[in-house]
Design a protein. Structure first.
Length: 139
């Protein structure tokens, strides 16, 4: 077994409305996992703090302004051990407060979904795991 495996850190946002629906983004069709729905976010750049990475991604992807102090870590998901290296560790932060109105980037879709609806959407594997985790906790 690798003693020091390399992981790609990915951060994602759980943004909920007052009815408990989550904001999900549909990846542009020409990208990896194109057409799949995911929690907004993206890769942490080399040397970047994960919270600042999520603040940056949410501004780039949705045009909203979030303070790093408005992010609360609530869950994570990781690629299975038999996944070709490097795997992904995806940290999910609850967004307590943000400024602006979320707007999708070019070619991407955006929507608010209850967890039960989200469970029926095509999603990449780690987003599926995170939706399952949130649904279990909500029971
Ligand atoms: N959200 C999510 N992303 C995943 C999963 N598995 C996986 O390989 N990824 C990849 O993790 C990366 C997330 O970063 P990103 O959203 O910044 O990706 P991107 O396409 O904008 O950047 P890129 O062009 O560098 O790939 C994507 O390449 C995405 O395909 C998964 O289960 N969920």
């Amino acid at each position: 077994m690798e003693r020091n495996p390399t992981w790609i850190p990915v951060v994602a946002a759980a943004i909920a409305d007052t009815e408990g629906r989550f904001l999900l983004q549909q990846r542009p069709i020409d990208k990896h996992h194109g057409g799949l729905w995911e929690f907004p976010g993206g890769k942490v750049e080399a040397g970047e703090n994960p919270r600042f990475a999520l603040v940056r991604e949410l501004n780039e992807e949705l045009t909203i302004l979030v303070k790093e102090t408005a992010l609360v870590p609530i869950a994570f998901a990781e690629s299975p051990p038999d996944n070709p290296s490097p795997g992904i560790v995806m940290q999910l932060y609850k967004v307590v407060e943000f400024q602006g109105i979320p707007v999708a980037e070019a070619g991407a879709g955006l929507g608010w979904f209850a967890l039960a609806e989200a469970a029926g959407l095509p999603m990449p594997p780690l987003d599926v795991a995170l939706v399952d985790l949130l649904a279990e906790r909500a029971q």
